[in-house]
Design a protein around this ligand. Structure first.
Ligand code: NAI
Length: 307
């Protein structure tokens, strides 16, 4: 089965270079009409230019596809509204949103200014929320939507010097979990990408040979699946250099203490059991955890739960 996007309209943020450019070209090559959004900033978010987005649009049109550029700052609500309105005026629908725009302001937490912390959260988290919130009613009305959020291994696993970025990227998981639930009724599917690619963000990390293996184009096929008709929902997909994997959160079985036994000493004494991965499980919604703790406590107290 070939994955195609004929008749579909997509917005890709931060699509002038790097991963976003690759996603935009990939969508257009398979039939999507693409809004190539980019603010055209330096890696730290400074400056502004429309040249990169214009070049991607020219490349798509040259190859016979359809695209329009828009220079909205994803964290600016008025500019995002203008972008979405222009896409609606031109193509009448928005089926796919890939939230990809991003910046870095790395410093250890002790040296980082709060302004740098807020700026990174603003672009990644508030920017993603702003564009998603603007297309959300359109997707609900259509009864169709495919959304990708872009996280990072830094948010999922931690990376020294990236407290702002790690916090903003980890927030993608929380946003995805809830949007997955709220969007399901209207066939809006929401997934998260955690990429590893050679771009200006990472160019110093790899040798030229390995860098070549980690081109953004090795990740885009997985993203295209995540925004296709048959996409899954609520998946955090790690991808890079041809590897594709799912990241998940597990909860251990844990322990349950009761009454006067609920002490710091008893938590410490049983820490091995608290953290023992045997029988760990994946919880699929908040109330499963709430219910688990209520049941554990009730069982120990000899109380029968209603359900
Ligand atoms: P990049 O720096 O090559 O491209 C980012 C693009 O976003 C740039 O074109 C920039 O102008 C645009 N942008 C920045 N702020 C914007 C704003 N406020 N509004 C609109 N556009 C804006 O970065 P790269 O590597 O392609 O990263 C893309 C996404 O993937 C980012 O969210 C990044 O955090 C994430 N990521 C990348 C990894 C990698 O290995 N390259 C690793 C993990 C996550």
């Amino acid at each position: 089965m070939t994955i195609r996007f004929d008749g579909k309209v997509a917005i890709v943020t931060g699509a002038g270079i790097g991963l976003g450019r690759s996603h935009a070209l990939g969508l257009a090559a398979r039939g999507a009409k693409v809004v190539v959004n980019d603010l055209g900033v330096a890696a730290d978010g400074q400056g502004r230019s429309s040249a990169e987005a214009d070049a991607v649009v020219a490349e798509i049109i040259e190859a016979g596809g359809e695209a329009m550029a828009h220079g909205a700052d994803v964290s600016n609500e008025a500019e995002v509204k203008d972008m979405v309105q222009q896409a609606m005026d031109k193509w009448g629908r928005i089926d796919i949103l890939i939230n990809n725009a991003g910046i870095l302001r790395d410093k250890t937490f002790s040296k980082m200014t709060l302004d740098d912390f807020k700026k990174v959260v603003d672009v990644h988290l508030i920017g993603t929320a702003t564009v998603t919130h603007t297309v959300w009613p359109i997707m609900r009305e259509q009864g169709y939507g495919r959304i990708v959020l872009t996280a990072s291994s830094s948010g999922l696993y931690g990376n020294f010097g990236q407290s702002n970025y790690g916090a903003a990227k980890a927030a993608m998981m929380g946003l995805m979990n809830v949007l997955h639930m709220e969007g399901a009724r209207d066939d809006i599917r929401v997934n998260t990408l955690a990429p590893t690619a050679t771009t200006r963000m990472t160019e110093e990390l790899f040798s030229p040979e390995v860098g070549e293996l980690l081109r953004p184009e090795t990740i885009t096929p997985g993203v295209l699946y995540l925004v296709s008709e048959d996409a899954p929902s609520r998946v955090i997909m790690g991808a890079g250099g041809g590897s594709f994997a799912q990241t998940r959160v597990y909860e251990t079985k844990g322990i349950t203490l009761a009454g006067d036994d609920i002490t710091p000493e008893n938590v410490a004494a049983q820490w091995d059991k608290v953290t023992d991965p045997t029988d760990q499980e994946i919880l699929t919604q908040a109330f499963e955890q709430t219910g688990k703790y209520a049941k554990n406590a009730a069982d120990l107290a000899g109380i029968k739960l209603e359900k």
